[in-house]
Design a protein around this ligand. Sequence first.
Ligand code: G3P
Length: 217
Amino acid sequence: MKFFADTADTAAIRELAETGLLDGVTTNPSLVMKSGRDFKEVVRDICAMVEGPVSAETVALDAETMIAEGRELARLGDNVAIKVPLTLDGLKACKTLTGEGRMVNVTLCFSANQALLAAKAGATFISPFVGRLDDINLDGMELISDIRQIYDNYGFETQILAASIRTVNHVSEAAKIGADVATMPPEVIKKLAAHPLTDKGLDAFLKDWEKTGQKIL
Ligand code: G3P
């Protein structure tokens, strides 16, 4: 499973990139707003920081303008994945942009049928929003599972990018189902490594090591 950081915070991205565990980044207009930075400038910076796909979202509602925005965003880095919304215009833009050899991430997916359409439009990534379905008492993971089954039935190569991930349990559940990617806030990525028994065990080992009076270096 690939890990993407869902943020436009370059300091957090740099820190995660240094671990060698970061496979890409996703942004959206809300995250850009939160960063307080110029959109194009921040995308350019992120693209230079990570080798993997960096999703940058279009904001037009009609296909023609969306395509023009997508082409403009693709100029910001070789690893830009153009993000378009799951609307008929978004799907049309997806078909054109992937036809030009560009990566496209179809976002705001909330149903299996929407994911089926995105795959038919040749999407590189489909982004089902797990947390936002859970928010309204629906089952986000059930959607990931349905999409996995449908894509496997037909051999679609569109990658399932589990988005709106809020908890570490979301990550392991999505991994069990076979989502290709999980995009999550940096703090969730960091929490994946944490376990109280790891901390307790390490503490005990270090105390005993100190008693030996030895050094490795
Ligand atoms: O990847 C989509 C994500 O940014 C949305 O997350 O927590 O706002 O639903 P959230």
